[in-house]
Design a binder for this molecule. Structure first.
Ligand code: HPA
Length: 295
């Protein structure tokens, strides 16, 4: 390259996330966050209940961020003290179905982890395949089926700065955080739950690419494969987070019976409405969990 010419922008997604993390630290005035809480479709109201009353940070103005166009999503973030932790709460994610690349979809999470968040709480709306999972209840994700045919680690080569792409996914959904979340959910004040349901039921989450919903035949197939919940986001994000060594908890809000499980149809309006109604329960659980993490 001739001297004096600007360097072309790097194509390394991990370099972008480090750049974005530096900018995030500058704009929030916190050079380190410990935990990131990603709020899923319709759940952004939980941010206020977690203490967000100040100005929001517009994530789409940070380096490398795509536009967030998903339903019930906006590219907002807040830096909040919760218990002994400095927590980055983000509302909105870039789903693969929006036409973004795997790396763009993982960028917000990679930025948070580059900024110090070694604990990742992924929240999402999900359809219930298991009929005992009540509408509005919160389910801890115990394992997943990534049926998108895509990986956030595509094109990551062994030996590069980002580490090996051959990531072990046994216990990808942290048993330790699930136990802490279960204990937090059982404490009085951690939010209401449907009668007769365990404080925090667990389930296997199947991620499909979307954006269309599934057919009843596809849901029967997913049930046969061992899935309890269906959604369009959390599994690929968990893979990206595990690749960077973060500990991951997944909290799925049951917003609807999956196609053919109940008599009705699947509606995006219902999903966002039920998620919004569940935001206080989710916020109470997340707060109780974060307060229990200790110093
Ligand atoms: N299918 C896929 N994604 C979803 C659903 C569903 O039924 N509910 C919420 N997200």
């Amino acid at each position: 390259m001739p001297r004096g010419e600007p360097r072309p922008p790097s194509s390394d997604p991990f370099e972008h996330s480090h750049l974005a993390a530096r900018e995030l630290a500058r704009r929030t005035g916190s050079d380190h966050h410990d935990v990131v809480v990603v709020l899923g479709s319709g759940l952004s109201g939980a941010a206020r209940l977690l203490g967000a009353d100040g100005p929001t940070l517009d994530l789409s103005t940070l380096p490398g961020f795509p536009r967030f166009t998903g339903l019930g999503h906006r590219a907002a973030a807040w830096s909040l003290p919760i218990g002994p932790r400095r927590v980055l709460v983000t509302a909105g994610r870039a789903h693969l179905y929006e036409g973004v690349t795997e790396h763009q979809s993982a960028h917000a999470l990679r930025t948070a982890i580059a900024g110090g968040c070694h604990t990742v709480v992924l929240t999402c709306a999900a359809g219930a395949i298991r009929p005992d999972l009540a509408l509005g209840s919160i389910v801890a994700i115990s394992d997943h089926l990534n049926l998108t045919g895509r990986s956030p680690l595509t094109g990551v080569h062994p030996g590069e700065r980002a580490g090996t792409p051959f990531v072990d996914l046994v216990d990808a959904w942290s048993p330790r955080l699930r136990a802490l979340a279960g204990a937090a959910a059982a404490r009085p004040g951690a939010g209401g739950r449907p009668e007769g349901q365990a404080p925090l039921p667990e389930g296997v989450y199947a991620q499909l690419p979307g954006p269309h919903f599934e057919t009843p035949a596809e849901i029967r197939m997913l049930r046969t494969l061992g899935a309890d919940l269906v959604g369009m986001s959390a599994a690929t994000e968990a893979i990206a987070a595990r690749h960077l060594g973060a500990e991951v908890l997944g909290l799925a809000v049951v917003t609807n019976a999956a196609a053919g499980v109940g008599p009705g149809h699947v509606s995006s309006d219902q999903i966002v409405d039920v998620a919004a109604e569940s935001a206080p329960t989710l916020a109470a659980l997340v707060r109780a969990l974060l307060e229990s993490l200790g110093d």
